[in-house]
Design a binder for this molecule. Structure first.
Ligand SMILES: *Cc1c(COP(=O)(O)O)cnc(C)c1O
Length: 469
């Protein structure tokens, strides 16, 4: 069939057409997975031009699948390869087939999980995922959780819950406590729940970018004495910049003494709890009132999946529940929660399958071992770079971020170093500012990153550092 003259594709295509399209997509994914390691980590060149070329309104009549699919392929090839073993920038979401398959299935059958009455077994599967996450942190049976689209939305619901639980409707003089290393979405969330910008109180950090707990205590007391209303402290369980873990046991103790809600933002670091080293480093997190996790980081899943766990499940519900007459037939939730009562969302995808299917097919041990490997690789890279006199590594990695700079180099020299490293196109790093200084970082969170690529990364970085002074 030539393009433009094909018969209209029915919304429910013929079995043969469905088979053909699904097979093409699946074959494409199989080939991409096999070749991702050898592709340039920054994708094919000319990305902006391709983006511009694809600018178009939808056609009045549908087009041929092959032509449309070819265009999509072009868009995909002209993008960074976030799942490449060389992608060490930001905090990547690698993504893999079994998770995508879970999504395909979930969307294909389109079951409704915003309430528990209509697809209880599907809700149970999502609840299994959440209960498993809660068990990692020894949360009680009265805890509840929600799957979100990411860490930002999980933090948003956490801040909304803390606000509702500790302040009620009166936000006057409210203050919350973070460090300058906290993820920006926490401050964004505070604004979205109606807090003034000045409600954010920035606690000092120590030499390793960890919250200074005694400074926190003093600040809370001084604020209270001045008539303010401290209600929330957010501890980072792995900051985005450097992977720093705030002193969680001390924060938990202060929060308990001072009546603050203790939220642990473990979007990046939380799943290291699966490993012995991670559990040791994250000690104290099990005392948090709420925890944010990002399976699209620490479980290597595709973007679009976060989680919030709340120790007191009723506090989560109290912050989010609104009754609606048009839902009256659904009845009260009994064994299983109506998730819409615990989250800002009503209608949404059955996103539990995206986590559950990989867990069911690969098993928990596979994730534990992969995370352990990333900790080993990070320690190796840190030591390897530290041996180079041209590089400066002032902070030992607490998780899987290795921050470094050119020794004695100014910001321009470090920008140049970054550009030179990324120009090789085998690894891709990003940068940040630490105490106002340009700093490079290598973050190892793609499941495909193994020893060979990390050794190559060390060679590329050291060669780039040797290239000029
Ligand atoms: C990534 C990250 C977030 C935001 O999560 P998204 O999934 O990107 O919305 C929040 N906190 C920390 C510590 C993060 O690393």
């Amino acid at each position: 069939m030539s393009e433009g003259r094909s018969a209209r594709l029915p919304f429910d295509p013929s079995p043969a057409a469905m088979r053909e399209m699904a097979a093409a997509v699946s074959e494409y994914l199989i080939q991409r997975t096999a070749s991702i390691a050898s592709r340039p980590v920054d994708g094919e060149g000319g990305q902006r031009e391709v983006a511009r070329r694809l600018r178009a309104a939808p056609p009045e009549e549908g087009r041929d699948f092959a032509a449309v699919f070819a265009e999509l392929g072009e868009a995909i090839e002209h993008s960074y390869e976030f799942g490449s073993p060389g992608y060490l920038a930001y905090i990547p979401g690698g993504g893999f087939f079994t998770s995508a398959l879970g999504d395909f299935l979930a969307q294909g059958v389109n079951k409704y999980v915003g309430v528990s009455a209509l697809a209880p077994a599907m809700v149970q599967i999502e609840e299994n995922v959440l209960r498993w996450m809660q068990s990692l942190f020894d949360f009680p049976a009265t805890a509840r959780g929600i799957l979100t689209t990411g860490g930002s939305m999980a933090n948003f619901s956490a801040v909304a819950t803390a606000r509702n639980d500790r302040l009620g409707e009166d936000l006057r003089e409210a203050t919350y406590y973070v460090t300058d290393q906290v993820h920006a979405c926490v401050r964004k969330s505070a604004r979205l729940v109606g807090l003034e910008r000045r409600a954010a109180r920035v606690v000092l950090t120590d030499a390793d970018w960890r919250m200074d707990a005694s400074a926190l205590r003093e600040m809370v007391r001084a604020d209270r004495a001045a008539g303010r209303r401290p209600f929330l402290v957010v501890g980072s369980a792995g900051t985005t910049n450097t992977g720093a873990i705030d002193p969680l046991p001390e924060i938990a103790a202060i929060a308990a003494e001072e009546g603050l809600w203790f939220h642990a933002d473990a979007a990046y670091g939380g799943f290291f709890q699966l490993t012995a080293r991670g559990r040791q480093r994250l000690a104290g997190i099990e005392r948090a009132d709420s925890i944010t996790l990002d399976p699209h980081k620490g479980m290597f899943l595709p973007y679009g999946i976060g989680a919030l766990l709340v120790r007191d499940g009723q506090a989560l519900r109290a912050a989010h529940h609104e009754a609606a007459a048009y839902l009256q037939d659904l009845g009260e939730a009994e064994e299983l929660p109506h998730y819409n009562e615990y989250s800002p969302e009503l209608s949404r995808d059955a996103r539990g399958l995206r986590v559950w299917l990989p867990l069911a097919l690969h098993g928990v041990a596979a994730f534990r071992e992969a995370l352990d490997e990333k900790l080993d690789l990070t320690a190796w890279l840190d030591q390897e770079l530290a041996r180079d006199p041209r590089l400066e590594l002032p902070w030992r990695p607490q998780l899987t971020v290795v921050p470094f700079r050119r020794r004695g180099g100014d910001d321009a020299a470090n920008q140049c170093l970054l550009d030179r490293i990324n120009a090789v196109r085998r690894i891709f790093l990003s940068s940040t500012l630490l105490a106002g200084r340009f700093t490079l970082r290598a973050c190892i969170v793609v499941h495909r990153t193994h020893r060979d690529r990390v050794e190559e990364a060390a060679r590329i970085i050291r060669t780039a550092a040797a290239a000029d002074g």
